[in-house]
Design a protein around this ligand. Structure first.
Ligand code: ZN
Length: 156
Protein backbone atom coordinates (compact mmCIF):
# COMPACT_ATOMS: atom_id res chain seq x y z
CA UNK A 1 0.00 0.00 0.00
CA UNK A 2 1.38 3.43 -0.95
CA UNK A 3 1.47 6.36 1.49
CA UNK A 4 -1.36 8.00 -0.45
CA UNK A 5 -3.51 4.87 -0.27
CA UNK A 6 -2.86 4.81 3.47
CA UNK A 7 -3.97 8.42 3.81
CA UNK A 8 -7.11 7.72 1.80
CA UNK A 9 -7.88 4.71 4.00
CA UNK A 10 -7.63 6.96 7.01
CA UNK A 11 -10.05 9.53 5.54
CA UNK A 12 -12.60 6.79 4.82
CA UNK A 13 -12.17 5.20 8.25
CA UNK A 14 -12.52 8.57 9.93
CA UNK A 15 -15.77 9.39 8.14
CA UNK A 16 -17.25 5.96 8.80
CA UNK A 17 -16.42 6.27 12.52
CA UNK A 18 -17.60 9.86 12.93
CA UNK A 19 -20.11 10.46 10.15
CA UNK A 20 -20.96 14.03 9.22
CA UNK A 21 -24.55 15.01 8.52
CA UNK A 22 -26.09 11.94 10.15
CA UNK A 23 -29.37 12.80 11.87
CA UNK A 24 -32.49 14.81 11.21
CA UNK A 25 -32.62 17.71 8.80
CA UNK A 26 -32.96 21.18 10.30
CA UNK A 27 -34.77 23.36 7.78
CA UNK A 28 -36.32 26.81 8.03
CA UNK A 29 -40.08 27.03 7.48
CA UNK A 30 -39.63 28.94 4.21
CA UNK A 31 -37.09 26.50 2.80
CA UNK A 32 -37.75 23.90 0.14
CA UNK A 33 -36.98 20.36 1.27
CA UNK A 34 -36.77 16.95 -0.37
CA UNK A 35 -36.00 13.44 0.82
CA UNK A 36 -35.03 10.33 -1.02
CA UNK A 37 -34.55 6.70 -0.01
CA UNK A 38 -31.89 4.80 -1.92
CA UNK A 39 -31.12 1.09 -1.61
CA UNK A 40 -28.17 -0.84 -2.98
CA UNK A 41 -29.34 -4.47 -3.22
CA UNK A 42 -25.90 -5.81 -4.20
CA UNK A 43 -24.50 -4.87 -0.77
CA UNK A 44 -27.57 -4.09 1.36
CA UNK A 45 -26.69 -0.43 1.90
CA UNK A 46 -29.58 1.96 2.54
CA UNK A 47 -29.84 5.69 2.96
CA UNK A 48 -32.49 8.32 3.53
CA UNK A 49 -31.00 11.63 2.47
CA UNK A 50 -32.71 15.00 2.85
CA UNK A 51 -31.78 18.49 1.75
CA UNK A 52 -33.00 22.00 2.43
CA UNK A 53 -32.75 24.75 -0.17
CA UNK A 54 -33.24 28.46 0.36
CA UNK A 55 -35.70 29.55 -2.34
CA UNK A 56 -34.35 33.11 -2.41
CA UNK A 57 -30.65 32.35 -2.96
CA UNK A 58 -31.15 28.92 -4.54
CA UNK A 59 -28.40 27.53 -2.29
CA UNK A 60 -28.43 24.14 -0.63
CA UNK A 61 -28.45 25.16 3.03
CA UNK A 62 -28.66 21.75 4.68
CA UNK A 63 -28.11 18.07 4.11
CA UNK A 64 -28.85 15.28 6.57
CA UNK A 65 -29.00 11.52 6.25
CA UNK A 66 -29.78 8.31 8.06
CA UNK A 67 -28.53 5.02 6.81
CA UNK A 68 -26.87 1.71 7.32
CA UNK A 69 -24.46 -0.27 5.26
CA UNK A 70 -20.81 -0.94 4.54
CA UNK A 71 -18.10 1.51 5.54
CA UNK A 72 -17.62 2.69 1.93
CA UNK A 73 -21.27 3.71 1.55
CA UNK A 74 -21.43 5.42 4.94
CA UNK A 75 -18.08 7.19 4.57
CA UNK A 76 -19.06 8.38 1.12
CA UNK A 77 -22.34 9.86 2.43
CA UNK A 78 -20.44 11.58 5.23
CA UNK A 79 -17.89 13.05 2.81
CA UNK A 80 -20.75 14.26 0.61
CA UNK A 81 -22.44 15.90 3.61
CA UNK A 82 -19.19 17.66 4.49
CA UNK A 83 -18.80 18.93 0.93
CA UNK A 84 -22.33 20.36 0.88
CA UNK A 85 -21.85 21.88 4.35
CA UNK A 86 -18.53 23.55 3.53
CA UNK A 87 -19.38 24.88 0.08
CA UNK A 88 -22.15 27.25 -0.95
CA UNK A 89 -23.74 25.14 -3.64
CA UNK A 90 -26.60 25.90 -5.98
CA UNK A 91 -28.55 22.95 -7.36
CA UNK A 92 -26.45 22.99 -10.53
CA UNK A 93 -23.19 23.28 -8.54
CA UNK A 94 -24.25 20.22 -6.56
CA UNK A 95 -25.10 18.36 -9.76
CA UNK A 96 -21.65 19.26 -11.12
CA UNK A 97 -20.06 17.64 -8.03
CA UNK A 98 -22.19 14.53 -8.48
CA UNK A 99 -21.19 14.27 -12.15
CA UNK A 100 -17.50 14.65 -11.29
CA UNK A 101 -17.77 12.02 -8.55
CA UNK A 102 -19.58 9.57 -10.84
CA UNK A 103 -16.96 10.10 -13.54
CA UNK A 104 -14.17 9.38 -11.05
CA UNK A 105 -15.87 6.32 -9.58
CA UNK A 106 -16.70 4.81 -12.98
CA UNK A 107 -13.27 5.51 -14.52
CA UNK A 108 -11.50 2.53 -12.94
CA UNK A 109 -8.65 4.78 -11.80
CA UNK A 110 -8.04 6.23 -15.25
CA UNK A 111 -9.29 9.77 -14.60
CA UNK A 112 -7.41 12.21 -12.37
CA UNK A 113 -10.14 13.56 -10.06
CA UNK A 114 -10.64 17.30 -9.55
CA UNK A 115 -9.91 17.92 -5.87
CA UNK A 116 -11.32 21.47 -6.05
CA UNK A 117 -14.68 20.00 -6.97
CA UNK A 118 -14.60 16.86 -4.87
CA UNK A 119 -12.63 17.64 -1.69
CA UNK A 120 -12.19 14.57 0.53
CA UNK A 121 -14.22 12.53 -1.95
CA UNK A 122 -11.03 11.96 -3.95
CA UNK A 123 -10.17 9.50 -1.17
CA UNK A 124 -12.76 7.19 -2.71
CA UNK A 125 -10.96 7.04 -6.03
CA UNK A 126 -9.53 3.61 -5.18
CA UNK A 127 -13.09 2.26 -5.05
CA UNK A 128 -13.31 2.69 -8.82
CA UNK A 129 -11.09 -0.37 -9.26
CA UNK A 130 -13.74 -2.54 -7.61
CA UNK A 131 -16.85 -2.74 -9.80
CA UNK A 132 -18.87 -4.31 -6.97
CA UNK A 133 -18.26 -1.30 -4.71
CA UNK A 134 -19.17 1.44 -7.19
CA UNK A 135 -22.83 1.37 -6.10
CA UNK A 136 -21.75 1.55 -2.45
CA UNK A 137 -19.74 4.71 -3.09
CA UNK A 138 -22.50 6.24 -5.24
CA UNK A 139 -25.36 5.58 -2.76
CA UNK A 140 -25.57 9.00 -1.08
CA UNK A 141 -24.75 10.85 -4.29
CA UNK A 142 -27.56 9.14 -6.20
CA UNK A 143 -29.93 10.06 -3.35
CA UNK A 144 -28.79 13.69 -3.49
CA UNK A 145 -29.30 13.72 -7.26
CA UNK A 146 -32.91 12.59 -6.73
CA UNK A 147 -33.43 15.30 -4.09
CA UNK A 148 -32.07 17.98 -6.43
CA UNK A 149 -34.62 16.94 -9.06
CA UNK A 150 -37.45 17.05 -6.50
CA UNK A 151 -36.49 20.54 -5.36
CA UNK A 152 -36.11 21.75 -8.95
CA UNK A 153 -39.64 20.47 -9.64
CA UNK A 154 -40.97 22.46 -6.65
CA UNK A 155 -39.27 25.59 -7.98
CA UNK A 156 -41.23 25.07 -11.20
ZN1 ZN B 1 -21.80 -1.37 0.34
Amino acid sequence: MSALDGLYQEVILDHSKRPIGKGALAAGSNELTASHHEFNPSCGDEIDLSIAVDPASGLVTGLAWEGQGCSISMASASILAQLVRDEQLTLSDAQLRIDAFREMIQARGEVEPDEDLLGDAVALQGVSKFVMRVKCAMLGWVALEADLKKVAAQQG
